[in-house]
Design a protein around this ligand. Structure first.
Ligand code: AMP
Ligand code: ZN
Length: 304
């Protein structure tokens, strides 16, 4: 039984009323209950069981990354509207007093801060690419990471967060290797999500590239089928929510970070990301706000 009639406000209210989500007062920044986290953890474990024999190297990063890395990848050209740069205070005691006076007077104070060397991680795969630098083995490389990402897209939609987690798998190799890997994973992910009785479908997609130039990039991305998403109705049946994405970057990251295939040619990379909060929310919408009442077949996949 769907939890709501695919209604954003009713779904947000349901999550809150059942204590699954704790609003923070800022749109898209939420706390989560133990039950919500239990679903996230169980789903992530199911993904990892699926990938067990792939031999992915596991790597963990904090939710910040070097600003230089973001600058080098061209993220600010493509997505300046989503980025989060960390600023801090570098001034004297006198300037600190002026800063606080500003804050207490309700005046803007950002011009009293300076840029630090770090930014908030925009996607879990970003800090992984530099670790692939050099010449890859014949079979290429595969890594996995779970982490927090930031996207400046404040919204009242309960599924659109500013801080959320992704489980990503990141592949580097020849173009044939990474495309075959991505296409296999799309089918694998659909299989897992269907076993969880989610009404999913996949579709060609594009990233929200900034500005007029960005429209061209989005058209090109679709024409070349560089991005697929798995979609499921959560807050709307007409506009289903993307719960995971499958991206082929061609040689974009490999060129920036000097990643070469075994034959010396510039490598290709691909990544896939499961949006963990969105998947938990899709499960709550599909099966109700109490996981103890979910269908036995679904519970068996999550809690074997
Ligand atoms: P992307 O890197 O944009 O393809 O995002 C990877 C996955 O993260 C998507 O398939 C979503 O499941 C999830 N995601 C993206 N943006 C958001 C957001 N604003 N709030 C929650 N989840 C998101
Ligand atoms: Zn990625």
């Amino acid at each position: 039984m769907p939890a709501t009639a695919y209604d954003a406000a009713a779904f947000a209210e349901g999550l809150r009323r059942h204590g699954l989500v704790v609003p923070s007062g800022v749109r898209g920044v939420i706390g989560r209950s133990a039950v919500f986290e239990g679903v996230v953890t169980a789903f992530d474990a199911a993904v990892r069981r699926l990938a067990r024999d792939d031999g992915a190297e596991e790597v963990h990063f904090p939710p910040t990354l070097p600003r230089a890395l973001v600058e080098r990848t061209g993220y600010m050209e493509s997505f300046p509207q989503l980025a989060g740069a960390v600023h801090s205070f570098f001034g004297s005691e006198l300037e600190a007093r002026a800063l606080c006076a500003c804050i207490h007077a309700g005046e803007p104070w950002s011009d009293r801060l300076g840029m630090t060397d770090v930014m908030l991680t925009p996607a879990v795969c970003y800090p992984v690419y530099p670790t692939f630098a050099g010449t890859l083995p014949h079979e290429g490389r595969l890594a996995t990471s779970l982490g927090w990402v930031f996207r400046h897209e404040p919204s009242d939609e309960p599924t659109r967060l500013q801080s959320f987690r992704m489980r990503e798998y990141i592949r580097a190799g020849t173009p044939d290797q990474v495309v075959a890997w991505r296409n296999d994973w799309l089918e694998r992910a659909l299989g897992l999500l269907r076993a969880l009785e989610l009404p999913v479908r996949s579709d060609i997609a594009n990233d929200p590239f900034f500005g007029k130039g960005g429209r061209m990039l989005a058209v090109n991305q679709r024409e070349q089928q560089l991005k697929f998403e798995v979609l499921v109705p959560v807050i709307s049946e007409e506009a289903p929510t993307a719960i995971c994405s499958f991206n082929w970057h061609q040689d974009k990251f490999a060129t920036v970070f000097g990643i070469h295939a075994a034959d010396g040619a510039i490598a290709n990379t691909a990544c896939l990301g499961f949006g963990l909060e969105r998947i938990a929310m899709a499960l709550f919408q599909a099966h109700g706000f109490d996981p103890a009442q979910w269908p036995a077949a679904v519970r068996d996949v999550l809690w074997p």
